[in-house]
Design a protein around this ligand. Sequence first.
Ligand code: F6R
Length: 607
Amino acid sequence: MCGIIGYLGQHEAAPFLVDALRRLEYRGYDSAGIATVNKGALDRRRAVGKLVNLSDLLVHMPLAGKSGIGHTRWATHGEPSERNAHPHKAGPVAVVHNGIIENYRDFRSELKEMGVDFVTDTDTETVALMVEAYMRDGDSPRAAVERLLKRLEGAYALAFLFEGEEDLMIAARKGSPLAIGHGEGENYIGSDAIALAPLTDKITYLEEGDMAVLTRTSVEIRDADGQLANREMREVKQDNVRVDKAGHKHFMAKEIAEQPQVISEAIGHYFGASGHQIRFPSDDIDFTTVSRMVLVACGTAFYACLTAKYWIEKLAGIPVEVDVASEFRYREPPVGKGTIALFVSQSGETADTLAALRYCKDKADRIVSVVNVPESSIARESDVALPILAGTEIGVASTKAFSCQLTVLLVVALEAARQRGTITDDRLADVTSALRGLPSRINMALDNEAVVETLATELSEARDVLFLGRGQMYPLALEGALKLKEISYIHAEAYASGELKHGPIALIDGNMPVVVMAPRDALFDKTVSNMQEVMARGGKVLLITDKAGLDIAGDGLWRSIEMPEVEDLLAPILYAIPAQQLAYHTAVAKGTDVDQPRNLAKSVTVE
Ligand code: F6R
C-alpha cells in the first residue's frame, strides 16, 4: 500500500530509486514518481500507471542528483493521475507518504486562509505545504518537520527532501512501516527490507512515532518525545528478501510452485527433523486455562482463521470466535481474562488487524500472531509471534502464505489439544506423520496443472462461478472464490453447501460452473447430496475430490479434478492448490494482470 524509497549516496540516485520501486511495486501501482536534489535544485518526475511509464519518461527527461526519494502509489485520496502522484512538492520541500493523514482537512482550511492554492486532491500535499509554510516562518527543514509531526493525525510513513540540502533526508513513521538502510558513506530509507535489499543488509526499523534525520554519514533517530533513540541495527539475510520469478511467468506461479518447499520448512521448524514433539513456545501460551480464543484477520488470512476454528474446536475443545479485523475493531467486543487473541497476517502490517491487536492488548491473556514478516508491527507487538516461514510473497493474490498460515494454525490446534489432553499420543503421531508427508502430496496435486489449465480455459468464459464446501472445506470454498475474483475479475461466490437450498440454489442454471470441494471424508455424502441437487437443476459441476470420491460420485459431472488421498485434517491445505491453480490459469486465459490485479495492492496499511 504505497512504497517508499530514499537514497542519499555517492552515485546518481535515479537508477537506484527506480530499481527499488520495481521491488516495491507490489505495494501499489497506480502511479510512480521520484524527486532529486541536484546542485541545490529540487526537481521531480512522475507518471500515472505502472512503473514502466516512469522509467520511459526518465529516458526522455532524465533526473540528475545523488540524493532522492521515490514512491509507488496505491490511491487513497484522489484518482490515479500524474497530478496526484508523489512526490508532492511545495516550494523547497518534496515529500512521499504511505498512509492517510486524517486531519488533512484542518490543514487545508488553515492553508486556504493563508491564501495557498492546491494542485492535487491528496492528503499528502498538505504535508508538503505545511512544512513549506513553517519554513517561510523561519524554521529549518528539521524544525519544520518536527513542528508538523506534532500535529499530524492518522497513519504515515514519510520521507522528505529539501531544496539546497544535498546531504539531508528526513523520515518519520507512525502506523505505517519504514526502515533505515545503512551503507558506506551512504544511507537509505525504505518501506521494507525488500526495497533496501541490494543496497544494504544493515537495517534499522523505525518504531512508532520515530523521526530520523539522515546525512550520508550519520543517522539520528528520535522517539515521539524527541529523545535520542537507540534502535537496533539488524542484518537481513539477502536470501529472505530476494525478488525474482525464478523462470516462472508470474510471481504467483512461482509462489504456488514453492509450496512443497516452504511448507516443509514450516513443518521442520515446528517439529524438528523427526518425531512428533511439537517445538512450540508452550511456556508462553497456556492453552489449559483458556475458555475461548478470538481469531482476527483480513481477506485470505481471515479464511485461514475460519479453517482453524474447525481444527481448534474439534481437536482442543476450545470455543473459537473468528472475525474480520475491520469489523472486530469497531464492534467493541468483550475480550477478557481466559481469552487468547490470535492475529493472522502475511505482511504483519495490515492496518485493521494491527488496530484489532492493539484493542486486545491488556485485555486478553495472551496476544499471539501468525505472521510471515518477523520484523513487522504485528509480530513485534505480540506476546508470541509464530512465523509461517513462507518467504517473500510478491504476487498480490496470497498463495503460499495461505497454505503456510494453515499449516501453522494446525500446529496451534495440535499443541492446544496436546496441552489439554484432548488428543492421544497415537493420534498426534499419526497427524504429524501425515503432515510430514504433505509436501509430497502437494507435489502430486501440482502435477494436475495441465488438467487445470484446460479446465480454466473453459472457466474463463463464465460470468459467474459458485464454490461449495462443507465443514472445514467451506472456508476453502470462500478462498477459492476470492482468488478467482481478485485476479480474473469473474464474479465468484462461495456457500456452505448445506446453505444452498436456503436461497442461492435459485442462481443455478446451465451457464454457471459450480466448483465443489469435497474430499472423501465424513461429510462427503452430505456434500454429494447438495451437489446432486445442483445437477438435477441443470447445473454444471466441477468436482474436486480424490479417487474414492470420484468412484462414488463421478457420474454426470461437467468436469473433475482428481486429488491425492490425504489425512482428513490436512485436506484444506492440499485442496488450496487446485483453488489457486484454477484462479491462476483462468486469469492467464483471460489475459488479466495476474501479479498486479486492478485496484489492489499487497499490504493494506490504511483502513
Ligand atoms: C488475497 C489477499 C488479501 C490478504 C489480506 C490480508 O489474496 O492476499 O485478502 O490476505 O489483505 O493481508 P495480510 O495477510 O498481509 O494481513
